[in-house]
Design a protein around this ligand. Sequence first.
Ligand code: IPE
Ligand code: MG
Length: 230
Amino acid sequence: MGAVPAHVAIILDGNGRWARSRGLPRMVGHRKGAGAIQRALRFAQNSGIRALSLFCFSRENWNRPAAEVHGLMRLLDVLLRRNEKKILAGTTRFHWLGRPDGLGEPIVRRLQNLAKETARRDSFHLALAINYSGRDDVLRACQGFCAAGAAPACWEDIARRLDTGPLPDVDLLIRTSGELRLSNFLLLQSAYAELYFTPRLWPDFDETDFQAALDDYAGRRRRFGSVGDS
Ligand code: IPE
Ligand code: MG
């Protein structure tokens, strides 16, 4: 039947509401959401998708209460420590989307090291957006051109300088929790992405939900600006 998207990007949303609806602290939702990340990753690796990008922490998320930000940073640190060896021993290429400011040296070092040590792999790509915003990605790409003293000649020149560097354009962009926004995720990379919104809260997003998104995508007709009646 239809095609499998090469690059799937997910705006994972709804951790807080998942917890609140159970009378639990928001951090419980974030921890549960971390489990859903592992589940989505396994599913993606077995489904023919080549790249999975996950919006884990945006530049705007620093505006949350200090206790939640602190809790998220601690969770990130724990998850990186726990999964570092497994990623290094596996076959996945790791990408970090975002900038270092504010993350703290140990987390930055781990993210950079994972990206560096897996850089020669090409079977499956996992990109974690941590301290990322799409506009900031574009800003840093522009600064890179200025520093190099060379203007881009085509879109591909720009794409190579974005954090997603070697990854193909986003084919399918999923957002959970019923919000209908892009929230500054992979803005230019999603120029022709098919959008899929589900009311499911991120901690509940499972293999069946992921498959439903892929099935929906397989039924779409992508036209890239051409006519739609042929
Ligand atoms: C997404 O869940 C996780 C992060 C952005 C870190 P939220 O924390 O945004 O959950 P809601 O939107 O408050 O339910
Ligand atoms: Mg949210």
